[in-house]
Design a protein. Structure first.
Length: 231
């Protein structure tokens, strides 16, 4: 649901679906805070109070920077005309598309960091609508800020975007191999993994700060299972 806050200040507010746990808003806010700690670029987020139950997750629109100005945005599914509702691409394809669209090695590194976060944070709802690009005033395209980062099951318990053909039990070796293929040194890959792991270690504190209740133990269990398999 779009919401305006002051002159030209536009936000999107997400409401709980019937299939969601009642504390989905606090969970997504805690995940957004962890993503920022992991060095991932995100728009401003917050929790809006609710008359019943936990707050609602809200995020500032990065494609509406103020006033009447609009920034051209294209999602990965739109750019590649990929199928959005089934696994139709993998992370290698995302990184290749990012380089082809932005011509920026820094954006490729940022997309790789988001991949590592999605893997370790059990964000398996990482389909082609969840990645986007913005066009600057100079006409160049850049990777848009990350969005919709939350602990999720994915189709059949797997990621929409696989890593080296694996969608369920992704290993550190597979992540490292993919990074190396895209010109990322092993020491850089290791640093990204350490950054994400350090951010995820803050789950107990951040979930408490944001008011996560029934989901706290379930999310922690998923994180632990992924970390054990990742090595």
């Amino acid at each position: 649901m779009p919401v305006n806050e002051g002159a030209g200040d536009k936000w999107i507010v997400k409401f709980r679906a019937q299939v969601d746990n009642p504390d989905i808003g606090p969970v997504e806010e805690a995940c957004a805070r962890m993503a920022r700690l992991a060095g991932i670029a995100m728009a401003e987020t917050r929790l809006l109070p609710s008359a019943k139950g936990p707050g609602h997750f809200a995020t500032r629109r990065f494609d509406r920077p103020g006033g009447s100005r609009r920034v051209h945005m294209v999602s990965l599914v739109g750019a590649l005309e990929a199928l959005p509702d089934m696994p139709s691409l993998d992370y290698d394809g995302l990184l290749r598309a990012t380089l082809a669209i932005t011509r920026c090695a820094g954006d490729v590194a940022e997309a790789f960091r988001r991949m590592v976060f999605n893997v370790l944070a059990h964000n398996r709802d990482d389909h082609t609508r969840q990645h986007a690009f913005l066009q600057g005033e100079d006409g160049a395209w850049r990777l848009a800020p990350a969005y919709d980062l939350t602990c999720s099951a994915g189709p059949g318990g797997e990621h929409y975007l696989a890593v080296e053909g694996e969608g369920r039990a992704i290993t550190r070796a597979q992540v490292t191999a993919l990074g190396r293929r895209h010109g990322l040194a092993e020491r850089m890959v290791a640093a990204v993994i350490d950054d994400v792991r350090g951010a995820l270690a803050e789950w107990p504190r951040l979930s408490g700060d944001t008011g996560v209740t029934v989901s706290a133990a379930e999310v922690a269990k998923r994180y632990a299972a992924v970390a054990a398999a990742f090595g």
